[in-house]
Design a protein around this ligand. Structure first.
Ligand code: DL6
Length: 822
């Protein structure tokens, strides 16, 4: 047990109020008489920040003093969402804040609602990194996150006339959750050339000279654990011109524009998050971002290690670095460069340290998402790194050649350099060669990488280098924070809040699934959450939806492989079926609300067409008086983390319907089930393990299996491809102009009819519609439905990110928790 009393600034409502008043009057220089919600949010956040920072200092001192192994999680994306609610819950003082704010005349929900999401990520990969930070701190692991402090996170999405419009998201006007560290800076070099020099011992060494220097400045974000004083650090780097603000010489000579040009060029590096999910676009600035961030982070990590005065042979015993996808792969090359060129180690000694230090997580098998960089670009930007990459490749290929003599094809396939026009550096190959473990993020995905994209590497290294760590989510944010009433109800049956730290305790709920009174309470909470979402829908779209209808939700990035097009085609089919019924027949039908949400990458034309079709369909159906409440179609604009916290608890059914074998894991599937919703899904990603855990009778699975996808695609292209007849009716309706100009949607239809139906929309359509029929049937029996929901929640213990982090800690990082004493 630990006590915060001695180290904290406030511990109760009165103390909290005093701190808020102090911050309003001093830090914000305002009077309590004109303290509006925005000022109350600022002061509340500052009061909690003060608390966090004391725990943060203690944690860092303890970790430094004990000098144990640390984990460094390198991720270009951290999709954190809001911090205040999370901080209040994690330090256990939300009730005190609620009471204190009420005394001051505010509702806590309104104050929480003031915060701008920290949206430094695109989707699943970035949100996973945020869940991992929460688990690392909650489990007391000595860990740091390293990322970029983008001035603009993922764009804000507006829907105008049914089309997505992107608006910049400037989120840094007031951010109480970061600490600028103007004293923690690193000079990062780009361009230049490499020369050779002979050292005193007669050996040659490489010197990287010239080019330009950009300065990295650290900004620290405290990450509080739940119910523990451990507060870890997320360090985000911001770019700045190294020579000061601007060029005085030029300024004095009247050359005003170019006097600031260098500064602006430098600041561009960390200016904006690339808005692509599962897609790489080979832009020079993106490569600059990657190197800037990994070089600053490694400098920091090495500096911290060197303070311990240990020998290099102990580096990998003290430092574990996890690469979140291939984006930080240059860290492998950078560490080798530091050890070789700066520390003067021999190649083999250095390389041994490097490979023991790194682990690589793969998040996709989609070919368009696998990173490759033109050799020429790497040469131009990072000439010394390209030499090292070539050397790494040479030594690697030599060992492959020994093991597979005369197999030239094998060498070509595994080489880090792709011999294409232009030549490319294959980042995934570099990441595999430079790491000691490679993991996928769900069982099917981890099997697929071993049998498809990384098959040859399994032959080269043997199967043990490749492993699986199925993703998880933090129950603190995704249950306790997002759905407080459900969390409380669960606690009442699970012997308290212990399940939030050991999610397997949810199994105590199972006994209550048949308890009618419990089911009633459960259903009431779901209904209240649906009422809240219905109000939001009314506010933002003007459409009235019936909270008693089945809420069917698909919220995630818009992507053809995620198949929102299948969903909207299904909605049209439902509409046509309803239209074809007599009034009497219609009366017997179950009302539905189909909710969509998600952003399309700005350059992804087809995804934008899908958004347009959803909106076009909604604007027709929602006005159709004959249909009324029986079907509504809603597109919620600007889907983000804080909206997900409202949407997940309100769903009856959510859709996870990717073409089998394409979604590496998915994590929203876990969020929806944990919040007492059922899912309709394909046998893909983590849906498969969710099914194994909760039982086949509690999930609506449909569609072709991953193992059949290749044959089906082949048949589409080389055999005959007949389109499902119901789907043809849907196409016919779109083509008749029911939803506006048919031409707008012709490419979407042609992709299925004429261009090989790569995502198997037609193949899966019938079983998708049949399964929706089963959903309706099942929903009619509310007792059974609620009982399924309770049973599913009871069996979701496996999907905590705590389990996941413990697996990384044991199987990949070899790190131990370090409890921070009071
Ligand atoms: O592992 C987190 C998340 C998975 O849940 C999703 O299934 C997967 O699509 C996503 N992958 C990416 C890949 N991006 N890149 N590179 O975002 O990762």
């Amino acid at each position: 047990a630990w006590s915060r009393n001695q180290i904290q600034s406030f511990t109760d409502k009165d103390g909290f109020e005093k701190e808020v008043v102090r911050h309003v009057e001093t830090t914000l220089a305002r009077s309590m008489f004109n303290c509006d919600e925005s000022a109350a949010y600022s002061a509340t956040s500052l009061a909690f920040r003060d608390r966090l920072i004391k725990d943060w200092n203690k944690t860092q001192q303890r970790q430094t003093y004990r000098d144990t192994k640390r984990v460094y999680y390198l991720s270009l994306e951290f999709l954190m969402g809001r911090a205040l609610d999370n901080a209040m819950l994690n330090v256990g003082l939300k009730d005190a804040a609620k009471g204190g704010l009420a005394d001051l005349g505010f509702r806590i929900e309104d104050i929480i609602g003031q915060e701008h999401d920290a949206a430094l990520g695109n989707g699943g990969l970035g949100r996973l990194a945020a869940c991992f930070l929460d688990s690392l701190a909650s489990l007391n692991y000595p860990a740091w996150g390293y990322g970029l402090r983008y001035r603009y996170g993922i764009f804000k999405q507006e829907i105008i006339d049914g089309y997505q419009v992107e608006v910049p998201d400037y989120w840094l006007d007031f951010n109480p959750w970061e600490f600028p560290r103007h004293d923690v800076t690193v000079d990062i070099q780009f361009f230049g050339h490499v020369s050779k020099t002979t050292k005193d011992d007669g050996k040659t060494a490489a010197i990287w000279e010239g080019g330009e220097i950009v300065q990295a400045v650290a900004y620290d974000v405290p990450i509080p654990g739940y119910d523990t004083p451990t507060t870890n650090n997320l360090r985000l780097w911001s770019s700045k011109a190294s020579g000061g603000e601007f060029d005085f010489q030029k300024f004095n000579n009247g050359d005003y524009e170019s006097s600031v040009a260098e500064q602006q060029r430098a600041e561009t590096i960390s200016a904006v998050l690339y808005p692509n999910d599962n897609l790489e676009r080979g832009k020079e600035l993106r490569l600059k971002q990657q190197y800037f961030w990994v070089a600053a982070s490694l400098y920091d990590i090495v500096r911290r290690f060197k303070k311990s005065k240990r020998g290099w042979n102990e580096f990998a015993d003290q430092v574990a670095i996890q690469l979140n996808d291939t984006h930080p792969t240059l860290a492998i090359v950078e560490l080798q460069r530091i050890l070789l060129d700066i520390e003067g180690l021999e190649w083999d000694v250095a390389w041994d340290i490097v490979t023991k230090t790194f682990g690589y997580t793969n998040h996709t098998v989609l070919p368009e998402a696998l990173e490759k960089w033109p050799v020429g670009l790497v040469q131009y930007l990072l000439p010394r790194h390209l030499q090292i990459i070539y050397d790494i490749n040479l030594y690697f290929l030599q060992t492959v050649e020994k093991a597979f003599p005369k197999d030239r094809d094998m060498l070509t396939r595994v080489s880090i350099i792709e011999e294409s026009q232009p030549k490319m550096v294959r980042m995934a190959h570099l990441a595999i060669v430079g790491s000691h473990k490679v993991n996928g993020v769900a069982e099917l995905h981890s099997d697929l990488i071993k049998t498809t994209i990384f098959k040859d590497f399994v032959e080269v290294y043997g199967p043990d280098k490749f492993t699986n760590v199925t993703n998880g989510i933090t129950p603190r944010r995704w249950l306790h924070q997002a759905n407080p009433r459900l969390s409380e109800l669960i606690a009442s049956k699970c012997g308290g809040n212990g399940f939030l730290k050991d999610l397997t305790q949810l199994n105590r709920l199972e006994a209550h699934a048949k308890d009618a009174a419990f089911r009633r309470e459960w259903a009431e909470i779901k209904y209240a959450n649906k009422v809240r979402l219905a109000k939001h829908i009314k506010n933002v779209t003007g459409v009235t939806v019936n909270p008693a209808a089945l809420f069917d939700v698909q919220v995630k990035r818009i992507h053809e492989y995620k198949r929102q097009q299948l969903n909207i085609f299904g909605v049209i089919h439902r509409y046509l079926t309803l239209k074809g019924m007599s009034v009497e027949e219609r009366k017997k039908q179950l009302p539905r609300v189909s909710v969509f949400g998600g952003k399309a990458a700005p350059g992804y034309w087809m995804a934008k067409q899908i958004i347009h079709l959803i909106n076009a369909v909604g604007s027709v159906i929602n006005k159709d008086e004959e249909i009324g409440d029986l079907l509504k179609v809603i597109f919620l604009e600007d889907y983000n983390v804080s909206k997900a916290e409202m949407i997940c608890p309100a769903s009856d059914l959510s859709e996870h319907i990717s073409t089998a074998g394409t979604e590496a894991s998915g994590t929203s599937n876990m969020k929806f089930v944990l919040n007492g919703g059922l899912i309709i899904g394909t046998c893909d990603g983590a849906n498969i393990e969710i099914t194994r855990e909760i039982g086949e009778s509690n999930i609506f699975l449909f569609g072709n299996l991953a193992e059949d996808v290749e044959d089906l695609r082949h048949a589409h292209n080389y055999g005959s491809h007949s389109i499902d007849s119901d789907l043809e009716k849907v196409f016919g309706t779109i083509e008749s102009g029911t939803f506006g100009t048919p031409h707008d949607f012709s490419a979407m239809i042609a992709a299925v009819r004429h261009h090989g139906d790569y995502y198997l929309v037609s193949d899966d359509f019938h079983s998708y519609m049949e399964t929706h029929r089963l959903v309706d049937e099942s929903y009619r029996n509310q007792d059974e439905w609620v009982s399924k929901c309770i049973t599913s929640v009871a069996r979701m213990g496996f999907f905590s990110s705590d389990r996941c982090i413990n697996e990384y800690a044991d199987g990949i990082w070899n790190v131990e928790p370090l409890v921070v004493q009071e």
